[in-house]
Design a protein around this ligand. Structure first.
Ligand SMILES: [Zn+2]
Length: 265
């Protein structure tokens, strides 16, 4: 009896062991997250970012929401991005002018999207991102990253940002050191700020009621950048917070989790 039991355990152990071997030989990650790959920093130039975790250096690879079910590569490593169901969000906008745009508004959004796109191409070599974010605003998460969106029942692009609802006028803080590279008032985003945290890590803040910084300002983490509002296309006051790394929109909520970097090891 004892022998059979032991064999059974042994068998289970073998299965678990071979499963974990498979996982090791094929890196797997979740869409919207970062994947840490150990590197030798002597092989790096000033154009790449790396991060020190527990005395070792890692390159963080952003796993794109838009590449679920595909592989991304870095050096000799391949990472498989799992498919994930993030749920959906349905909102109703009764002001038809905000849903079916006039020619004039459409022209405006095209111009604005090219201004924003240009800012997102920024790549400053002077700053090394720390990936050590604090929450930019005290509030309640009203829409998570990754949700499939429907406006008045028609499908839109997924919500690759974090919405934090808070009363109009609530302070918004820089969640990490950086430099203000764009301030604007846009059709969709309202009063809008873009911060460059260095080497491809960029964050943006939409729908602000006021802005308390200027383009070119160097920011310290925790510094006030503006206040929550409902400017642009919104259903109520909230901060729409987007984080880009190497042009991939990653999940801001993960970045503000305690000890996030260590969870990547
Ligand atoms: Zn949003």
């Amino acid at each position: 009896m004892l022998k059979i039991k032991m064999n059974n355990y042994f068998f289970k152990y073998i299965i678990l062991f071979s499963l974990s071997l498979n996982l090791l030989s094929e890196n797997i990650g979740q869409p919207g997250e970062l994947f840490a790959i150990k590197v030798d920093i002597n092989n790096f130039d000033e154009t790449t970012s790396f991060i020190k975790i527990n005395d070792s250096f890692y390159k963080l690879v952003p796993l794109s929401y838009l590449k679920q079910g595909e592989y991304v590569e870095f050096n000799n490593s391949r990472i498989f991005i799992q498919k994930k169901d993030f749920g959906e969000s349905r909102i109703t906008i009764t002001n038809n002018a905000l849903v079916n745009l006039s020619d004039q508004d459409r022209e405006r959004t095209i111009k604005e999207s090219s201004i924003i796109k240009k800012a997102l191409q920024s790549y400053s070599k002077e700053m090394m991102p720390k990936f050590d974010f604090i929450n930019p605003v005290q509030g309640i998460i009203s829409s998570r990253y990754g949700k499939k969106r429907f406006i008045n029942d028609s499908p839109r692009s997924p919500h690759l940002a974090l919405d934090i609802a808070a009363p109009e006028g609530t302070t918004v803080f820089a969640p990490e050191d950086g430099k203000i590279i764009l301030i604007g008032n846009f059709f969709y985003s309202g009063n809008f700020i873009v911060i460059d945290h260095g080497r491809g890590l960029i964050s943006s803040y939409s729908h602000l009621s006021s802005v308390s910084v200027s383009e070119g300002d160097i920011l310290n983490k925790g510094q006030k950048i503006g206040e929550v509002g409902s400017t642009g296309r919104v259903t109520g006051p909230h901060l729409h917070w987007t984080v880009y790394y190497e042009k991939v929109r990653i999940n801001p909520e993960s970045l503000i989790k305690d000890g996030y970097l260590k969870t990547l090891l």
